[in-house]
Design a binder for this molecule. Structure first.
Ligand code: NAP
Length: 280
């Protein structure tokens, strides 16, 4: 049976999900399609309603709709409810269910650092920043700093994550950034700053020794942002968002179809996309 999947967002030119899913469907001989839908703000609800009629099975959701999609969903699972963001939707038996696989993707991607992270510092409190926060909470981080430039966003996070002990929300500020780096083992960029085509190139300038620290950027294109290359030069261990991307995609496919795939298959697909040039 033909499976119909896709992604909703705006803009969508940064997303490699269509290439990734089409690639994995081909590799595993699955008779499925994956279609990108760049939807304008006011069109989200009517578009979403039409999805059911058109017989779609599942959708990924990306910038800027991960939070705004929630009121349109019948059942949001416990993790996505806690995080307050949905990036995977499953249409099943006339119901729409919402999940957050960014959380799973990030959690799995940092398993190698388990036990080494006591205090963490997240830059950006959008959909991905919230998923990272929830994952760090589950990794028993002792203290989590989250920096975001938007006061109302900070206030919402404060309320939604009141179950997280020792969570400190901070305004966007270079001086504080440098101070907090000293206090933490792990710094995560969960903003689009540094992404291919994004106007700003680095969240903050920093020039301090970073030996023993872990710097993570959720961005995977480019594979090394200025944030990561600078941190690497200063002695930090670094990681980009590729593994997170692959793990969250694997989980989405499993939710939609029940099919469990291997990370190596996704890596193979990603490498072949890279060889032919990611114009995304
Ligand atoms: P989002 O919901 O739009 O949130 C972005 C956050 O970054 C917001 O808090 C935003 O603040 C902040 N921000 C944007 N531009 C900024 C600037 N110039 N200065 C300071 N703060 C700024 O996006 P998202 O879904 O969380 O995604 C964030 C990043 O993570 C993107 O690069 C995305 O590609 C990446 N990501 C990667 C994966 C993966 O699998 N590797 C998964 C999800 C996301 P404002 O609201 O004030 O703009």
């Amino acid at each position: 049976m033909l499976g119909r999947f896709g992604i909703i967002g705006n803009p969508l030119n940064h997303s490699i999900s269509p290439l990734l899913f089409e690639g994995i469907f081909k590799l595993l001989n699955l008779d499925y399609v994956y279609i990108p839908f760049q939807i304008k703000e006011g069109e989200l609800k009517p578009f979403f309603d039409s999805m059911k009629i058109k017989g779609f099975d599942g959708m990924n959701v990306t910038i800027p709709y991960k939070e705004r999609i929630i009121p349109l969903i019948d059942e949001v699972d416990e993790i996505a409810t806690k995080i307050g963001a949905v990036n995977t939707i499953h249409f099943s038996n006339g119901r729409i269910r919402g999940y957050n696989t960014d959380y799973y993707g990030f959690y799995k991607s940092i398993e190698e650092f388990k036990g080494r992270i006591r205090n963490s510092f997240i830059l950006g409190g959008g959909g991905a920043g919230r998923a990272v926060l929830y994952a760090l909470y589950h990794l028993n981080c002792k203290k989590i700093f989250l920096m975001d430039r938007n006061p109302s966003r900070r206030e919402r996070i404060r309320k939604d994550f009141d179950f997280v002990p020792n969570l400190e929300l901070i305004d966007w500020n270079c001086k504080l950034f440098l101070q907090i780096i000293e206090e933490v083992e792990c710094v995560i960029n969960a903003t689009p700053i540094g992404m291919e085509g994004f106007q700003d190139s680095n969240p903050f300038d920093f020039n301090i020794p970073l030996k023993g620290k872990i710097f993570i950027d959720l961005i995977y294109n480019p594979s090394s942002t200025i944030f990561l290359s600078k941190a690497h030069l200063l002695g930090a261990k670094i990681k980009n968002g590729l593994e997170m991307l692959l793990f969250q995609a694997m989980k989405s496919l499993e939710i939609w179809t029940g099919i469990k795939t291997k990370k190596e298959d996704w890596e193979e697909v990603y490498n072949s996309i890279k060889q032919t040039g990611i114009k995304k």
